[in-house]
Design a protein around this ligand. Structure first.
Ligand SMILES: [Zn+2]
Length: 510
């Protein structure tokens, strides 16, 4: 049903007219979007509106690579003599800009493109990268996030967060530049493909099956999911207006049969807490592999088998983890971080709702080691100076390495900032803030400063100094309402901590 697809020509016709004077001298777009932690990630000089992916998987082998063509509709934000895409895949066939062959060169992870003629500021343009190739690798669970495009016994899937989607897609690979996506697959008949958003067509002829998916709300490249192979797809119908479907390794059907349906109650719970679900579809993708993480790929959260088979723990582990990934649909996906320093807004909120769910349902003891919500926060507060010393302030990770970008400080320290904020402004204002945040910035990008500004507005208090201290301070501020809570000295190390705090740290290092 081709009519569902976003037509690039039509979008171009809607593009705003050029806003800059013709006299502006064309110059190269920058090789990075300006992220402190990832200086060459993303690019400058343009803003992507839409990606159209056309991906061919020649055989049914899980190790099968992609022969891909991506067509990108973008708008120049300066007069461009040349510009970059991020790309770290195997090879590039050819590149065109506005239908005319363009010269290109690879420089590290940059694909440097020089169009025949400069691109005027404010104008839409179409860049097509044809017949690029990339191949999946076997995941290594000992190296967190080592594999963006990975194989499983049943096929392949993707986990590009934070900086690796450009391993398998030439793109402006930074969450600051979100875009809608059309994702088409051409696979051997009998092979299943599933991606973000809603399936709009599936046809089989000549021994090949062609699928198309539409992710119409803007999505950060890091949240792309391309799952191809022997997957069972499970439809759970339309729940409260949301298309709910899962894709699982066939070997996991019995294990998951009574677990994945809980996502329907999780959807209801999240809606009660923060408001309407922001996308057209939701579901879980569960692979028969050990990755060591779960990931909030937009509309289709990725989990590995050990979450569910008892390896990581029982119900008190897998169920709060499902809520954690689901909550990212609002916090991190619909509202994406402006920079990777702002990732605490993703993980702090996801941890908050994970722990809130777990505490309400008697699962926090297994999830985190301490049954009570306030007691958990008190224990995190106690080790907060230690975490600030080891991983940096909540909103200023010491590096973009996975161990520091996704440190326990970003997760638990982020949740602790929200707890301190709720103590400061009260529960009613905090709930209003949470709903206002996901409503005001829906389908957008927002920063820590945006959060501070909205918190101040909603609460009627100027929270600039208060939240800056909590997010960026190297020392833990006093906890409002709990003058008796204490912070262990950073230099003391974990050995001097009481048992609950030691248990927390042990989990953090897993
Ligand atoms: Zn998370």
């Amino acid at each position: 049903m081709r009519g569902f697809f976003i037509c690039l020509a039509a979008l171009m016709a809607l593009a705003l007219p050029a806003s800059a004077s013709a006299s502006q001298r064309p110059s190269p777009g920058s090789a990075g979007i300006g992220d402190r932690l990832f200086p060459t990630l993303g690019n400058g000089g343009y803003d992507v509106q839409h990606y159209d992916l056309d991906l061919r998987y020649a055989t049914a082998s899980p190790a099968q690579g992609i022969d891909g063509t991506v067509t990108i509709l973008a708008r120049a934000t300066q007069s461009l003599s040349r510009f970059d895409l991020d790309f770290a895949g195997d090879s590039v066939g050819s590149v065109s800009v506005n239908g005319r062959a363009a010269t290109f060169a690879r420089d590290g992870e940059e694909l440097v493109i020089t169009p025949r003629a400069p691109l005027p500021d404010g104008r839409a343009f179409v860049v097509q990268v044809s017949h690029y190739t990339a191949h999946p690798r076997e995941p290594d669970p000992n190296v967190l996030l080592s594999t963006a495009f990975f194989t499983t016994p049943d096929g392949s899937a993707t986990a590009g967060q934070p900086d690796s989607t450009h391993v398998f897609l030439p793109s402006n690979d930074h969450p600051r530049d979100k875009a809608s996506f059309t994702i088409r697959f051409d696979v051997p008949a009998g092979t299943t493909a599933i991606a973000n958003g809603v399936k709009v067509s599936q046809t089989t002829s000549g021994g090949r099956t062609r699928y198309a998916f539409l992710q119409r709300q803007p999505m950060a490249t890091e949240l792309l999911q391309l799952a191809v192979g022997r997957y069972d797809t499970i439809s759970r119908g339309v729940h409260d207006g949301i298309i709910v479907r899962d894709a699982i390794a066939p070997s996991l059907a019995t294990l998951l049969s009574d677990k994945l349906p809980t996502e329907l109650t999780h959807l209801d719970w999240m809606k009660d807490h923060v408001g309407d679900y922001p996308f057209d579809a939701y579901g879980s993708l569960v692979v028969d592999a050990t990755l060591g993480f779960a990931l909030e790929t937009q509309t289709l959260s990725l989990f590995d088998k050990p979450w569910f088979d008892g390896t990581y723990g029982g119900r008190g582990i897998w169920e709060p983890t499902m809520v954690h990934e689901l909550s990212h649909m609002w916090f991190g996906d619909s509202v994406a971080p402006y920079s990777w320093d702002d990732v605490w807004l993703n993980e702090g909120h996801a941890t908050w709702y994970e722990w809130s769910w777990a505490a309400e349902h008697g699962e926090l003891g297994e999830d985190i080691g301490i049954p009570g919500f306030d007691d958990t926060m008190r224990a995190v507060y106690n080790i907060s100076d230690l975490l600030r010393a080891e991983d940096g302030p909540v909103g200023r990770p010491l590096s973009g390495e996975a161990s520091q970008l996704f440190s326990v400080q970003v997760y638990w320290g982020g949740a602790l900032v929200l707890y301190a904020l709720r103590q400061q402004i009260g529960d009613a204002a905090f709930q209003r803030l949470e709903r206002a945040w996901v409503s005001r910035h829906r389908d957008g990008v927002a920063s820590t400063q945006d959060f501070i500004a909205l918190a101040s507005k909603v609460s009627g208090q100027d929270l600039t100094a208060f939240l800056n201290d909590w997010v960026y301070g190297t020392k833990t501020p006093p906890m409002p309402g709990h003058p008796d809570w204490t912070v262990a000295p950073a230099g003391a190390g974990a050995r001097t901590l009481a048992a609950p705090q030691q248990a927390l740290l042990a989990r953090a290092k897993r």
